[in-house]
Design a protein around this ligand. Structure first.
Ligand code: SF4
Length: 368
């Protein structure tokens, strides 16, 4: 958890560069950046100054997210979890360092560990164990907890697709922390709050899937480590670009202007030629939309009231169908189905899930 205090030193601890070269000449990468663009990591490690620092708005959003993270911890505790969260006031928060090669370290500050409340039947079994003399609290095993806050769309995407597909960097980060804290890979939990609705949920990533995430991240960073061995800390020996100029990774990259000069302006231009619409025409469109909304409000309300009346009448009669003044009125039964994504994500690996839960992009306009 990256937390905020008024203390400058502590803020610096958490805002350190994504990658550095330490006094021993080793490459040190932040766990949260382990799946980041390797050219960007190289810029950072070899001392380039960011050309595109985060905007004021991004910083505010980031700080708002950070401020909510202790709220997630308290919500977990109210839901029965036992959370051992990192001390947010210390200037020297617990740091883990995982060596993944002779010249490469991955470091970070874990949010803490958590133990899940056991379901009642399992807790009862634990009490039996307790009777025989073993200390057995009604909690599951200790897991690394990674706390995130996401906007409504990202939250929905995470819940539906699972963290490995929606936010693989978070899973890799949890894997490094698990290895750093426990010295082996255990299940880890990612707890996430929707910054829009202030609801939260969690996903447990089983240890075997955490291991795959760790392997992927080590493979990704391993190539950068080889680059470092071959070139030394040479700022001019740039690795290949990992992403293309239109990607979100490049658009939010602090080194965009060095890597892709002119791309920032280009990305602001519309990609395709579209019908020219003046500001006045847009204002007229909003006014027309509001007027249309207003004109259907009363008829919609009348329709709902009429349907409620007919529903009560049909229920009293006990009929599913009736004819009234030449029109057929039916009481239709429908069943809703829902998917428990938390359980689905827990039992299926990401590839199997990708066959079952698919995603597609669409575009629409919303006027509020
Ligand atoms: S602009 Fe894109 S390709 Fe270049 S360093 Fe940044 S993320 Fe990598």
């Amino acid at each position: 958890m990256t937390t905020t205090t008024n203390d400058t030193d502590r803020a610096e601890v958490f805002s350190r560069p994504a990658a550095q070269i330490n006094e021993e000449g080793e490459l040190v990468v932040r766990a949260s950046s382990a799946l980041g663009c390797r050219r960007s990591l190289w810029y950072s490690a070899t001392g380039y100054q960011p050309t595109n620092p985060p905007s004021e708005e991004s910083l505010t959003a980031m700080e708002a997210g950070n401020a909510l993270e202790p709220v997630v911890v308290r919500a977990m505790e109210r839901a029965g979890w036992k959370v051992d969260a990192a001390d947010t006031d210390t200037q020297d928060p617990q740091q883990v360092a995982v060596r993944i090669g002779p010249n490469l370290l991955v470091t970070g500050h874990p949010d803490g560990t958590a133990r899940m409340p056991l379901p009642e039947d399992e807790a009862a079994a634990e009490v039996q164990t307790l009777l025989f003399g073993d200390a057995a609290p009604a909690y599951g095993d200790e897991m690394v907890v990674e706390i995130k806050t996401r906007g409504p769309d990202a939250f929905k995407r995470w819940r539906t697709l699972g963290a490995e597909r929606s936010h693989p960097a978070s899973v890799a980060q949890a894997a490094f922390y698990s290895l750093g804290i426990h010295d082996d890979l255990r299940d880890a939990v990612i707890a996430t709050m929707d910054t829009g609705s202030r609801t939260w949920d969690y996903e447990v990533i089983p240890a075997d899937r955490l291991e795959r995430a760790l392997q992927d991240a080590c493979e990704w960073l391993g190539e950068l480590a080889v680059h470092h061995v071959q070139n030394g800390p040479d700022p001019d020996a740039l690795p290949e670009r990992d992403f293309s100029s239109g990607s979100w990774q490049c658009r939010s990259c602090p080194f965009l202007d060095i890597c892709l000069p002119g791309a920032a302006e280009a990305s602001e231009e519309p990609e395709t030629e579209e019908k020219e619409v003046s500001d006045q025409e847009a204002r007229d469109a909003v006014a027309a939309y509001a007027q249309a909304q207003e004109s259907i409000r009363e008829p919609e309300k009348a329709k709902r009231t009429a349907l409620d009346t007919l529903k009560a009448w049909m229920r009293r009669k006990g009929d599913a169908k009736a004819t009234v003044d030449g029109r057929t009125v039916s009481l239709v039964q429908s069943t809703r189905y829902s998917v428990n994504y938390r359980k689905l994500n827990a039992v299926l690996d990401p590839e199997t899930r990708a066959d079952i839960v698919t995603e597609s992009e669409s575009e629409y306009v919303r006027v509020t």
